[in-house]
Design a protein around this ligand. Structure first.
Ligand SMILES: O=C(CO)[C@@H](O)[C@@H](O)COP(=O)(O)O
Length: 276
């Protein structure tokens, strides 16, 4: 059944386990309701990534029902989980992996405060040290984009390339985060909600006090290069480092006619729609 070498199979198994487990962090930190968020992880050493099935309860997520895709977002037939349709945001995640080779994980949620900033189309100003540490400046807003093809991915890549922030607030939609791994992208999703909430509450109470740019730069540099342990991915890898512009490739969404397009074909809502 396997068409990959033993090393890649081991890597796929590890990413399946990580991605399945990390969805529990989204609920643990209150970043999602129902099935409104997704995590994916790149398979090191292969042009593949793993993402969850669309609209499936987080309680049901397990390594064997995660879905393996190529970097065009096409499901790899015959692999575990391939009988279900992948996340609605598969084409967006795929676009990010194709165009940002340093990215190892992508996360999307509708977390309340970050999504409220996205609904206003307003970037979150850098007014707390935790934000300077983690994001190195403001959290930018990305364009409004329709769900289902790679336009969200284009918006993420255009906004975050060359930007310190690992989070973008997609206008009228919600946060998407990137990281050196799926776990690192989940961390960014947790942190962006935390700062969105704090800055919102601060502004409700009075004027925000900006942090001077040179202090932001120093805080960011210390957090990325000194804070924590030398073995941390942030310090040893590319997480949080400015990505720089990447060459763009032509986006290719999954085949619209395929049963592997986002959303589960047997879902009850679909049967109802079909009857209309
Ligand atoms: O934002 C949206 C849809 O509005 C999706 O990202 C969210 O509902 C999660 O969808 P999936 O279950 O990953 O297909």
């Amino acid at each position: 059944m396997s068409t990959y070498g033993p090393q890649v199979e081991v890597a796929i198994a590890r990413v399946r386990a990580d991605v399945a487990k990390l969805h529990a962090e989204l609920t643990r930190y209150g970043l999602v309701v129902w099935t409104g968020g997704n995590v994916s992880g790149r398979v090191p050493g292969a042009d593949l990534f793993v993402i969850k099935p669309s609209g499936v309860s987080y309680d049901e997520l397990a390594p064997e029902n995660m879905i393996l895709c190529d970097l065009d977002g096409v499901v790899i037939e015959g692999t575990p989980g391939a009988d279900r349709s992948p996340s609605s945001d598969t084409a967006a995640h795929a676009y990010v992996y194709r165009n940002m080779p340093e990215v190892g994980g992508v996360v999307h949620t509708h977390s309340t405060f970050a999504t409220a900033w996205a609904a206003r189309g307003e970037e979150i100003p850098c007014v707390i040290t935790a934000m300077a540490d983690e994001f190195g400046g403001p959290i930018p807003v990305g364009p409004f984009a329709i769900i289902g093809d790679d336009s969200i991915g284009r918006g993420i890549v255009e906004t975050l390339s060359g930007h310190r922030s690992r989070a973008v607030l997609m206008r009228n939609h919600g946060p998407f985060t990137i990281g050196s791994s799926a776990k690192d992208a989940v961390k960014a999703a947790v942190m962006v909600e935390d700062v969105a909430r704090t800055v919102h509450l601060a502004r409700e109470a009075g004027p925000l006090v900006p942090i001077p740019q040179d202090a932001i730069d120093r805080l960011y540099d210390r957090y990325q290069n000194v804070y924590g342990q030398a073995s941390d991915a942030r310090r040893s890898g590319t997480a949080g480092k400015p990505a720089g512009r990447r060459p763009k490739t032509t986006g290719k969404a999954p085949d619209g006619a395929s049963p592997k397009t986002p959303g589960q074909a047997p879902d009850a809502r679909r049967k109802v729609a079909d009857r209309r």
